[in-house]
Design a protein around this ligand. Structure first.
Ligand code: SF4
Ligand code: SF4
Length: 339
């Protein structure tokens, strides 16, 4: 392990391994819920942009409330609900109501948005999610559109100003964090976006982008000839190419995965997903509301993908932190998962 770190020392690479301090085994502490099944962008490093579309669905209030009640009653270690995974939550017209439901149940509520669309942002600010993340990848349009395809950074900047005004108007306690996804092509835009975000009173964090989801990494490793040109281009933009990433993480490889042990993921139909890093539905028609926690755990552990994923160590890409202190957000997130 030491040699490996020295080998990459020139690039100041270090690895944060959350498994070393893992205390909660098979205890769900974090649940992601996609409140609808679509996004307005098509980022090439995300399955929404690089895989086949899933059928459109939107979650209704009744189902959402039942899910939150069940989570409250059956998962005693759960403390955070993230209203996002592979989607843009602001597209849901009832997002602010959902945030209130989550908070009234005593959970911490987080959301992540590309902020190209305002939706009912004022109501969302009034309902005070604990953390609102804005994910972006540039300050200039020609840079931004490479990582956030179909997005417009001038619209995002305008919406950031509107958000800052709402936060001030309602004296909101919501922590707004700008997450800057770093690629080789957008490093020079970082200072300008950092200054802009901080001027608005938002926190700023930066971290290296990586390829999503698990299935796309598997395809890249096992059948690279099948990778489409657009995905190839984004892989070439990654500071740490996926096979190099796996090489760095080889000494940390585990035959267990925190993403299945400590997280639960539901899609907009209320169905159980395997984990937040995989995209294909695990079992359609296996609804969270109809199953006990034990049945859900058994279902999730009976799947073909985890074995292949762990064989290559892909799970470590999503559950370790590689880089330096700029990956503070991921460290915090993983620390949270571990309780
Ligand atoms: S990364 Fe986020 S904004 Fe981009 S397509 Fe995926 S869900 Fe949408
Ligand atoms: S092993 Fe891979 S596919 Fe399975 S839960 Fe972990 S990250 Fe997801």
């Amino acid at each position: 392990m030491k040699n490996l770190l020295i080998e990459f020392m020139d690039r100041k690479i270090s690895v944060y391994d959350p498994y070393a301090g893992s205390s909660l085994e098979n205890e769900i502490t974090l649940c992601y819920i996609d409140v609808l099944s679509t996004c307005n962008l098509a980022c090439p490093s995300c399955p929404v942009g690089n895989m086949k579309k899933v059928p459109g669905t939107i979650m209704d209030s009744d189902k959402f409330e039942k899910i939150i009640i069940k989570l409250k009653n059956e998962y005693q270690h759960l403390d955070e609900i993230g209203l996002y995974n592979w989607t843009e939550p602001l597209l849901h017209p009832k997002l602010s109501e959902f945030i209130k439901v989550v908070k009234d149940a005593g959970f911490s509520c987080t959301m992540s948005t590309n902020l190209n669309y305002l939706g009912k942002l004022e109501d969302v600010v009034k309902s005070e999610p604990n953390i609102l993340r804005i994910s972006l990848s540039g300050f200039e349009q020609k840079t931004y559109e490479k990582g956030h395809k179909k997005g417009n950074i001038e619209t995002v900047k305008q919406n950031m100003k509107i958000l800052a005004d709402f936060i001030k108007k309602y004296n909101s306690k919501t922590k707004v964090v700008v997450l800057y996804l770093k690629y080789k092509h957008n490093i020079s835009d970082i200072p300008a976006m950092k200054e802009f975000a901080q001027m608005l009173g938002f926190e700023f964090e930066e971290y290296w982008a990586y390829l999503m989801p698990v299935e796309k990494n598997l395809e890249y490793i096992e059948t690279p000839e099948k990778i489409d040109p657009e995905t190839k281009e984004i892989i070439n933009s990654l500071e740490i190419e996926p096979t190099e990433h796996l090489k760095i993480l080889e000494p940390y490889k585990k035959d267990r995965c925190l993403l299945i042990e400590n997280q639960l993921v539901l899609n907009a139909a209320g169905e159980i997903e395997l984990c937040c890093a995989s995209y294909n539905p695990l079992y359609t028609n296996k609804n969270f509301l109809d199953l006990t926690p034990e049945e859900i755990r058994d279902l999730r552990h009976k799947n073909d993908l985890c074995e292949k994923c762990m064989k290559h160590g892909i799970n470590m890409i999503y559950s370790t932190v590689i880089g330096d202190s700029d990956l503070k957000h991921h460290s915090e997130r993983i620390t949270k998962i571990l309780g």
